[in-house]
Design a binder for this molecule. Structure first.
Ligand code: BES
Ligand code: ZN
Length: 890
């Protein structure tokens, strides 16, 4: 472990092309859990593009034992090379040659799960971003494109299946015990896309015929008992392959596409060329063990990783500062896919909600950074919601500015121009600009500037002229290292609703916006300057503006809506995103008023208007049940912290409890009726994770958990009944969630039954761990501690850590923020322990502290002490960087 002072900061401006290229690599793996030997032959040559002549070949490498180095057939003595704990330097290598490096590893001891490691006894690898250097000495950078040939040797019984990227070239027996397999990937690729899998695996086979008629073998590898549960992932894969052909004209390029599902995996999944590796939680699904949400996540992640084959693999990143080039773009593509597979509106609402809950706080905190960062110490800390989700919004805005047709022309040019290259975000924008003729110079600032822009809105109606004047302003607050901000190009979706909720035809006073959207009922206003005025004619009195429709830009909208205007929008806006947004603003208004009452020790009261609105939306059976469920969900307290800092945690916690309990008391009948109706819609059907069924189950779930909030016996009985009749995991989890905070004995019965029933099924037990960790009540801390000793729990597995400790820290607002600081100390303890074995898990937990400076004074003091203490010790580069940032300027 390296102390933070030794860790160097990398700067984007320092990019230099590599001095040497390695167009070809041949690797041999002799696999053994404790003593694997890796032999790599690097066929190197001087890079003609790099003028500065460096005679030294510099390779990255760590966490392995160097056995021998051979240059052009001659064994080098240690005096002929220079070895540090991070690099291997070979001087005077000439113009070209072949360097053979042999190293030894102990995959069984690799707890970081980066490089080559064992997952449930199966060898597997994770190389992105800089894991390949833990496998062999190599110039580990994404602009180093090489053709790989990989030979794997291993025990025939223990490792009957041995996989790597590309095509299987040869396989056979070596002796009575050992065999080999040789894989060749015809596509040059950066080493972060390298993968190896070996073990006793079974496979689910299928086939896909591409648009040009080529047959592709599809294979999902897992242990035998899991194979039937891979079927849904396989179907999702075929849907994704077809979709990419139809929407982006992207055809798959190898004859084989493999997926391996790993029990121990830091991330969700990884797009290694021809051999994706997935967290088993994102592959395995059957109705008995997976929920609707699991199915949904599987479909979207399978698609995401598959889409990387073009946006990421065929065209990759020049350096890691360009990460959003592949991740933002691929998230945008998987979002489009999910929208087209499901319901566009509810998918979009969930994206906007995620962005505002997770990315906005990041952008407002100590780790704020641009979509394309300028510097980093540890690249692993930059797989963030800014690079991913804000990056996807930046692509979406280009789509909005260009329109579908020009956007597609831009994509086609990007693919054609850069296939086989490692490029930058500038190259992407250039292709968009060249293909569309739209000038994106100012737009590019979205890649450079951190912070969530604020768009101020001022609306004036002139009754005499019937003119409606909208003044839009923009401001981006300063972020660490970026005190001044420039004006951005901000598309603002806009409509005016009349008193009946109908959209008013918008007539421009002068040509002010995009011609193609002129004279419509909704338009996209383009804000480019600090302040801009838009005038509309022939507007009737009493209209309500609907702004930022469809979440048209990742900005905070500052407009002083009157309460009745919000209620009007929540009921009548034709844009589902804004209906949802208006309802969320209504909820927030109630929470803020209640929190104020709590602070002043005044009596609590929910406004009657709000109750009426909530009831009206609940009963509105013309509206999609999924949209209703989303609109009726109370916002997460964590999402309010930035807007109401210093955030009075206790007052808001009390406010939220009261709000939910009041809804339960006042609307019990309605809630129970809606629950019954929604269940009735699907009761005759066998479980299937379809969009329609999911929507009914989701609204039923919402109604059930709200009506259980006051512990009423008749509501609890509904949950009890749902649990015992459940023939699928979704229903069981809905029931358990609804009674999670109940004081009744029922709760214990159901929870005990569930834990017993699934004791041998870790992925299902994770759901139980999360439910236990997110309970309200005084004993939850003790409970979490006890559960870390549960036989199924281990700190070694990232899914277990996320399910129990991650859920507690990130999703149990009241318990984590306990006044005495015990919630923080509990998590800090595990950050400390985990940092020594798996820094990825440690920083996942550490992120729960990200907004600590915005908390109430008691919380702030306890958090500060916990963070300070963590920083006293030697930390991993990941945790060290995060702690330094969180503690800067205090
Ligand atoms: N390339 C990433 C996986 C990755 C992330 C590797 C960080 C190394 C470090 C992959 O494409 C990815 O983005 N996975 C996401 C899921 C996706 C649907 C957003 C993940 O693993 O969370
Ligand atoms: Zn990705």
């Amino acid at each position: 472990m390296i102390s933070h002072s030794e860790t160097l900061t990398q700067y984007r401006r320092d990019y230099r092309p590599p001095a040497f290229l390695v167009p070809r690599v041949e690797m041999i793996f002799d696999l053994d859990a404790r003593a694997t030997e890796v032999t790599s032959a690097l066929y190197f040559e001087r890079n003609p593009r790099q003028e500065i002549c460096c005679r030294k070949l510099i390779l990255n490498g760590e966490a392995q034992t160097l056995l021998e180095v051979t240059l052009n057939g001659t064994l080098l003595s240690p005096a002929q090379y220079h070895l540090t704990d991070k690099e291997l330097h070979i001087p005077n290598v000439g113009e070209r040659g072949v360097l053979v490096v042999k190293t030894r590893h102990a995959p069984a001891d690799n707890t970081e799960l980066e490089g080559l490691y064992l997952s449930s006894g199966i060898f597997c690898t994770q190389c992105e971003a800089e894991g390949f250097r833990r496998i062999t000495y190599f110039p580990d950078r994404p602009d180093m494109l090489s053709r790989f040939t990989v030979t794997i040797r291993g025990d025939r019984k223990i490792l009957p299946v041995m996989l790597s990227n590309g095509n299987l070239r040869a396989q056979g027996k070596l002796d009575d015990e050992r065999h080999f397999a040789t894989w060749e990937d015809p596509f040059p690729k950066p080493c972060y896309l390298f993968a190896l899998v070996a073990g006793d695996l079974d496979v689910l086979h299928d086939q896909f015929v591409t648009c040009s008629g080529r047959r592709v073998d599809l294979e999902i590898y897992s242990t035998k008992e899991n194979i039937p549960s891979c079927a849904y992932a396989m179907d999702a894969l075929k849907r994704a392959m077809r979709w990419d052909e139809q929407r982006y004209s992207r055809e798959y390029d190898l004859n084989r596409f493999m997926i391996f599902c790993a029990d121990d995996f830091n991330m969700g999944a990884m797009e290694n060329k021809g051999l994706n590796i997935f967290n088993s939680a994102l592959v395995l699904a059957d109705p008995k063990t997976a929920t609707d949400d699991d199915y949904h996540a599987i479909e979207s992640v399978i698609a995401h990783e598959y889409f990387h084959n073009w946006t990421g693999n065929r065209i990759t990143c020049r350096d890691w500062f360009q990460l959003s080039l592949k991740e933002g773009l691929t998230v945008f593509r998987d979002q489009q896919f999910s929208s087209e597979m499901g319901t566009e509106a509810s998918e979009r609402i969930q994206m906007v909600d995620f962005l505002r809950r997770r990315q906005f706080p990041e952008d407002a905190g100590p780790t704020a950074h641009p979509v394309r960062p300028d510097e980093y110490r540890e690249i692993n800390n930059f797989y963030t919601t800014t690079v991913y989700e804000k990056g996807a919004e930046v692509i979406r805005m280009q789509h909005t500015l260009l329109g579908e047709e020009k956007f597609q022309r831009g994509m086609a040019l990007y693919f054609e121009r850069h296939d086989g290259q490692a490029v930058t975000c500038d190259d992407f924008i250039q292709a968009m600009q060249d293909a569309s003729g739209v000038d994106l110079t100012q737009f590019k600032r979205w890649y450079e500037q951190a912070g969530t822009p604020e768009v101020g809105v001022c609306a004036d109606y002139h009754a005499d002229t019937r003119e409606y004047v909208l003044t839009l302003t923009q401001r981006t607050p300063p972020t660490p290292g970026q005190p001044e901000k420039k004006d951005l190009v901000i598309p603002v979706g806009f409509a005016l609703l009349d008193r009946d909720g109908k959209r008013v035809p918008l007539q421009q006073a002068a040509s002010q916006w995009d011609e193609k959207s002129a004279a419509q009922e909704s338009v996209t206003l383009i804000l480019r300057e600090k302040e801009q005025r838009f005038t509309f004619r022939h507007v009737p009195p009493g209209v309500v503006p609907s702004l930022l429709r469809d979440g048209s830009a990742p900005v905070r909208l500052l407009f002083d809506y009157r309460k009745e205007e919000l209620r009007h929008l929540a009921r009548y806006d034709s844009d589902p995103v804004n209906r949802w947004d208006a309802m969320q603003r209504c909820f927030t208004g109630e929470l803020v008023a209640l929190a104020q009452a709590a602070k002043e020790e005044k009596p609590f009261a929910l406004s009657e208007d709000f109750l009426t609105l909530y009831a009206a939306l609940l009963r509105d059976d013309r509206s999609d049940p999924m949209l209703r469920a989303l609109a009726l969900s109370c916002p997460d307290l964590a999402a309010l912290v930035d807007d109401y800092a210093p955030f009075e945690c206790n007052a808001f916690i009390e406010a939220q409890r009261f709000l939910l309990k009041t809804l339960a008391d006042r609307l019990q009948n309605d809630l129970q009726t809606v629950f019954g109706q929604q269940r009735a819609c699907i009761s005759a059907l066998p479980y299937a994770p379809t969009t329609e069924q999911r929507a009914h189950r989701r609204l039923a779930a919402h109604a059930l958990s709200v009506c259980c909030a006051n512990d009423d016996a008749s509501s609890l009985a509904l949950a009890d009944d749902l649990y015992w009749r459940a023939d699928n995991m979704t229903d069981a989890i809905v029931a358990l969630t609804a009674i999670r905070d109940s004081g009744s004995a029922l709760r214990a019965d159901l929870y005990t039954d569930f834990a017993r029933r699934w004791r041998d099924h870790p992925l299902v037990l994770d759901k139980w761990f999360s439910l236990e960790a997110t309970r309200d009540g005084d004993d939850v801390l003790a409970r979490v501690k006890t559960l870390t000793e549960h036989p199924a729990f281990t700190l070694k597995n990232p899914n277990r850590v996320r399910a129990l400790l991650g859920a507690f820290a990130l999703r149990n607002f009241p318990a984590f923020h306990r006044n005495d600081g015990s919630g923080y100390r509990l998590i800090a303890y595990y950050v400390d322990v985990l940092d020594a074995s798996n820094p990825h898990s440690a920083t996942m937990l550490l992120n729960a502290f990200r907004s600590w400076q915005k908390w109430d004074v008691a919380q702030r003091n306890h958090a500060f002490m916990a963070l300070q203490e963590l920083r006293q010790k030697e930390r991993s580069p990941e945790a060290g960087e995060l702690l330094d940032k969180m503690l800067a300027n205090v």
